[in-house]
Design a protein around this ligand. Structure first.
Ligand code: IPM
Ligand code: MG
Length: 356
């Protein structure tokens, strides 16, 4: 009997469809070896759909996803003909919020043979994971304008932090750190010297929950200092937990030190329920339909999805394949890989077939 997973696809905009196609090739190759059955359903969302009929997320889709799917595999959201913010808020953030995907998990792991802009740092130095809160903070969109457009205009953007929301995120990070079983060090990233309400709550909850995890060491860093340390001494980190906005910012530093957007992936997770996996590089419209974009970030997202589905053997083989292929590329940048998008996907598939 094979295990069956229902996966909703959002190839999305720009280079999204090209990289998702390569990810699906690798998943299909693995499914033959491990007797896993994937049922893929393309949801057809993105900029083109929005321009055609104005629909971002159709009515009833959220419930359908909650009830009938194990995971979502997303390519990219962002279209040159749509004003920035509409698709991001209307599709990506909508799914994160309405599916309550409260964890954004972003590994920052430099694989052997991958170029990092940090001189004198290698794979043993860049090996940590950021747990970003994904449903609260500044992303809630709370606030408003007063006297908009006038010289007396006031713009207010509020950061919403609930004790429950902070708690579940921090608890997940402790559990993740325990399971990761490396340095056993969880760092809280906040800004207690300025954000006297928000960061105060985060620190109190962090200290409270740490009592339940005597084997995990804890550390606190202000976000600005942490940005500096990610560059200067990334080897100190194991797991970092932080709010939505800080997590957004520091994981872009993470992406570049792990080799760039060609390799960086993340998971939006509601533990035990549904999750959405994505390359974090965006839609890169200037490379669309040229067979030049690096599909490895999307393939890494598929790898995270297999881990989430507890398909450990398939996840491990796919990681081995990724490690083998990255070493053979000239660069991880679009157009400079020495291979096309489809060739890189084929190389991953070949490795799977030969070693599975
Ligand atoms: C990310 C992206 C999104 C975010 C944008 C596209 C809304 O930057 O996934 O990090 O800010 O969360
Ligand atoms: Mg971001």
């Amino acid at each position: 009997m094979s295990r069956i997973y229902r996966i909703a696809l959002i190839p999305g905009d720009g280079t999204g469809p090209e990289v998702i196609a390569e990810g699906l090739k690798t998943l299909n190759a693995l499914s033959k070896i491990y007797r896993i059955k994937f049922e893929f359903k393309d949801l057809g969302l993105g900029g083109d759909r929005y321009l055609k009929d104005g629909i971002l997320v159709p009515e009833g889709l959220i419930e359908d996803l909650k009830n009938n799917y194990d995971a979502i595999y997303l390519g990219a959201i962002g279209h040159p003909d749509v004003k920035p913010g509409i698709l991001e808020r209307g599709i990506l953030l909508r799914l994160r919020f309405d599916l309550d995907l409260y964890i954004n998990l972003r590994p920052v792991i430099l694989l052997p043979g991958v170029y990092t802009p940090l001189r004198d740092k290698g794979p043993s130095d860049i090996d940590f994971v950021v747990v970003r809160e994904n449903t609260e903070g500044m992303y809630v969109g709370a606030g408003g304008f007063l006297n908009k457009g006038s010289n007396d205009e006031v713009a207010i953007q509020e950061s919403i932090n609930t004790k429950k929301g902070v708690e579940r995120c921090i608890r997940y990070a402790f559990e993740y750190c325990k399971k990761r079983n490396k340095k056993k060090l969880l760092t809280l990233c906040a800004k207690t010297n300025v954000l006297n309400y928000e960061s105060d709550l985060w620190l109190r909850v962090f200290e409270e929950i740490s009592n339940d995890y005597p084997d995990i060491n804890t550390n606190y860093q202000h976000v600005d200092a942490l940005c500096m340390w990610m560059i200067k001494n990334p080897e100190q980190f194991d797991v970092i937990v932080t709010n939505n906005m800080f997590g957004d910012i520091i994981t872009d530093i993470g992406a570049i030190i792990q080799g760039g957007l060609g390799i960086a992936a993340g998971g939006n997770i509601n533990p035990g329920k549904i999750a959405m996996f994505e390359p974090i590089g965006g839609s890169a419209p200037k490379y669309a339909r040229q067979n030049k974009i690096n599909p490895l970030a999307a393939i890494c997202a598929a790898q995270m999805m297999l881990e989430y589905l507890n398909e450990d053997n398939a996840a491990k083989l796919l990681m081995d394949a990724i490690k083998d292929v990255v070493k053979r590329l000239d660069s991880l940048e679009a157009g400079r890989m020495g291979y096309t998008t489809t060739e890189v996907g084929d190389m991953v598939v070949e490795y799977i077939k030969e070693n599975g």
